[in-house]
Design a protein around this ligand. Structure first.
Ligand code: UDP
Ligand code: MG
Length: 312
């Protein structure tokens, strides 16, 4: 029996191609950590391929492996929450199944949280090798924007790959909101974090699960969950537009060209209506988030579990 237990939480959505290499690479990496045992917590997020069968096989072969299968796809954030709820480790680490998070860093992460007094040791992705340019540009712009308006530390490259201690894990579990944006949650709970840089690797196998549309939705979720700046922006813009409309109206009338004034008015009405609709939609977004929270629906639904020690 070693000093500590590290829970390795792995959200998996259609990862049958990547999982065997992931399991081998991480098993090798944790052998290097002589002071801690590990458990694998694979969360099958409603995969439609052979991911559930593979996880069942891992659990059968290796007593360190446990899995939870969701009844459908609930999203990576829900999978991370389920992993944390079921982790019994002194330390928990979140890793993607595609080996984009280098397993070699686990040893250093453990050393940092164990001996340097940090609550969290997180990977800081230094580049976006293997990702297309449009996605890189959009992601960077999003993180720039969210950093400015949310006043939380959620910069580009600061992802989910991190090892956290029990105190931080418990405080994340305290946040039971339905709309979960983990990067925001990590930043919100605080604690001392040490960042260690790493280079992005291309996905080992399979494909990314994030289309541009899914990324856009994710970005909106992030902003709506952690900032009310869009509503403030709506108010300020509305005020500026009303003032501009008054001044343009006065100018058009005093100029004496009645027909151009009429055209100007039509143009203004259209513009104002458009902008009103836009901001109504922003308000609607906040209301719909609140509506989902008020229903208190479960964050995920479990279909099957395996590999957990039976209660004694
Ligand atoms: N994932 C998940 N549920 C989803 C989408 C993704 O559990 O709905 C998992 C996926 O299997 C992987 C991790 O989240 O382990 C990161 O996904 P991906 O590699 O597709 O994202 P990217 O690295 O392209 O941002
Ligand atoms: Mg990936």
């Amino acid at each position: 029996m070693k000093q500590d237990l590290i829970s390795i939480i792995v959200p998996c959505y259609n990862e049958e191609q990547a999982l065997p290499a992931f399991y081998r690479a991480v098993s090798d990496a944790v052998e290097e950590i002589t002071e801690a045992d590990c458990e694998f917590l694979f969360i099958d997020d409603g995969s439609q391929d052979h991911t559930p069968d593979l996880l069942q096989r891992f659990a059968y072969m290796d007593s360190r492996c446990r899995y939870i299968s969701f009844s459908r796809n609930f999203g990576k954030e829900a999978a991370m929450y389920a992993g944390l709820q079921n982790a019994s480790g002194d330390y928990c680490v979140f890793m993607d199944a595609d080996l984009q998070h280098p397993p070699e860093l686990l040893k250093e992460m453990y050393r940092v949280v164990k001996t340097e007094g940090y609550d969290c040791c997180a990977g800081l992705r230094e580049d976006r090798t293997g990702e297309n340019r449009l996605r890189t540009f959009l992601s960077r712009s999003f993180y720039h924007l969210i950093g400015r308006i949310c006043r939380l530390d959620m910069g580009d490259g600061k992802g989910d790959f991190r090892m956290i201690n029990r105190a931080m894990a418990d405080s994340i579990l305290e946040l039971k909101e339905y709309n979960r944006y983990m990067k925001g949650i990590f930043s919100f709970v605080g604690f001392d974090t040490k960042w260690i840089p790493y280079h992005n690797a291309a996905r080992t196998a399979g494909e990314t699960k994030w289309s541009l549309r899914a990324l856009f939705r994710y970005a909106c979720d992030g902003i709506l969950s952690f900032s009310s700046a869009p509503v403030t922006l709506a108010g300020t813009t509305a005020l500026i537009l009303i003032l501009a409309a008054v001044f343009t109206g006065i100018a058009a009338l005093t100029a004496g060209h009645r027909s151009s004034a009429v055209l100007l008015l039509v143009c203004l009405i259209l513009a104002l209506n458009g902008i009103q609709m836009l901001f109504l939609s922003i308000l609607g977004q906040y209301m719909s988030k609140d509506y989902m929270e008020s229903k208190r629906r479960p964050i995920y639904i479990v279909k099957k579990k395996g590999g957990f020690p039976s209660p004694s």
